[in-house]
Design a protein around this ligand. Structure first.
Ligand code: FAD
Length: 401
């Protein structure tokens, strides 16, 4: 059987985590896709990101998990704390994930992850190429904002939560906003010894903050702010000062981190997700990553699901003869899982950012009472359900035929 990936012209729209990983996964299987990225250049910017075990196992299929782990910080432990420092839940990553699956969680600065992916990619990325629309999905033409048009055999829309490619598949879909914005920063600081390989979330009353070390001297910090507070009146003084006042008295490492926080380095993002779509593909065009299932960040799974998409999509495209059949297989493998995790992320978001003190007390009590075994089984299911299409490897000798 002829493999689509090897013979077809494949355009990947969007060169973020999903687009780059999809391109690498296709290259590992012998294809030569072209990535079209809207930004005029790649810059080593952005906050941090936590890659959970399923993301690392998918990257392992591409032979790059160890490079990613070396560029970031492998965590031994992740904790959910109350503002007084009480441990509500503890994830013993060293004792469970790492022992059973070799990979725990890795926290990494986004720029560093991007660099690893760019280094691993054989083909070039065409930057400064913003897709305006995709026309005629059965025989697609991509129209770019600069007037350029291309007509590849296959188009993969990995252009993020505000995807333009999505217009060719689900034109009616509108993102759903969530009642919170999030502040993020990577803060250079010296962490207390006990916090150097631990990820943390603090569930306060209407305040949700945390992060993880992304290096020996850098911490990826985040905090949510309800939309009603995310207005000009909130910040009548520098943001970092507001944050310090708000989170004073929280457990370590939050005070150490926010002490070194610089207002100029805070990135603030409104939160939204993509509603469940009826389909992820039409004709020869398919969606992947946030374009297909952009989710709130509370489950820490958006990038992980994008990486699983990449592995599954490349496998489907190289084992089936025509694009619609390949995309059906990809969707069957991926859609239910991604949709489920997006729902879970909404739930966690509602819990994490709850405003009423009664609800917060009930939530924190519930989290403390939840047996460790239940949480471990849940984590295990997340890992075992990962889309890890077999037989993909960086080693050309071992590539599937
Ligand atoms: C606050 C926050 C924290 C998060 N934390 C985590 C976490 O800890 N763990 C985790 O797994 N996930 C996390 N996520 C989710 C994760 O960031 C996303 O799921 C992931 O980045 C999706 O990758 P993507 O490539 O699909 O989209 P994106 O990262 O958005 O990349 C899309 C790319 O397409 C380009 N593009 C956009 N429009 C066009 C166009 N028209 N034409 C061409 N190119 C275009 C963009 O420039 C960009 O490079 C978080 C998200 C947020 C908001």
């Amino acid at each position: 059987m002829e493999h689509i990936g090897e013979t077809s012209e494949i355009a990947i729209i969007g060169g973020g985590i999903c687009g780059l990983t999809t391109a690498i996964a296709l290259e590992r299987r012998g294809a030569s896709p072209t990535v079209y990225e809207a930004a005029s250049e790649y810059r080593p910017v952005g906050a941090g990101i936590l890659l959970q075990t399923n993301a690392l196992l998918a990257l392992d299929r591409l032979g790059i998990a160890d490079r990613v782990r070396s560029a970031g910080m492998a965590l031994d432990d992740a904790r959910i704390l109350s503002p007084s420092g009480r441990v509500l839940q503890r994830f013993d990553l060293e004792g469970v994930e790492r022992t059973r699956y070799d990979y725990g969680y890795v926290a990494i600065q986004r720029g560093d992850l991007q660099q690893v992916l760019l280094d691993e990619l054989g083909g070039a990325v065409r930057t400064g190429k913003a897709c305006a629309a995709v026309e005629d999905p059965e025989s697609p033409t991509v129209r770019f904002e600069d007037g350029m048009r291309i007509s590849p055999d296959i188009v993969i829309g990995a252009d993020g939560i505000d995807s333009n490619v999505r217009g060719a598949i689900a034109p009616e879909a509108e993102t759903r906003s969530f009642d919170a914005a999030v502040h993020r920063s990577v803060v250079p600081c010296e962490l207390p010894e006990r916090c150097r390989s631990t990820g943390v979330e603090v569930w306060g009353h209407g305040t949700y903050t945390g992060g993880a070390p992304v290096g020996s001297d850098r911490f990826y910090w985040f905090a949510t702010v309800p939309n009603r507070l995310e207005s000009a009146t909130t910040y009548h003084r520098p943001r970092a000062e507001w944050v310090r006042e708000h989170y004073r008295g929280f457990p370590e490492p939050i005070p150490t981190v926010i002490e070194s926080l610089d207002s100029d380095d805070i990135i603030t993002t409104g939160l939204a997700d993509v509603p469940p779509l009826d389909r992820w593909s039409r004709g020869s065009v398919a969606l992947a990553g946030d374009a297909a299932h952009g989710m709130l960040p509370f489950a820490g799974q958006g990038a992980a699901q994008a990486i699983e998409d990449a592995v599954a999509l490349a496998a489907a495209l190289t084992t089936s003869e025509d694009p619609p059949t390949a995309f059906d297989a990809y969707e069957r493998e991926r859609k239910r899982r991604a949709d489920q995790i997006r729902t879970e992320s909404r739930w966690l978001g509602a819990l994490g950012t709850a405003q009423s003190s009664l609800a917060c007390r009930a939530r924190n009590a519930g989290a403390t009472l939840l047996p460790g075994g239940v949480v471990r089984r849940f984590r295990q299911r997340r890992i075992l359900g990962a889309s890890l299409a077999e037989e993909i490897t960086a080693d050309p000798e071992k590539r599937p035929g």
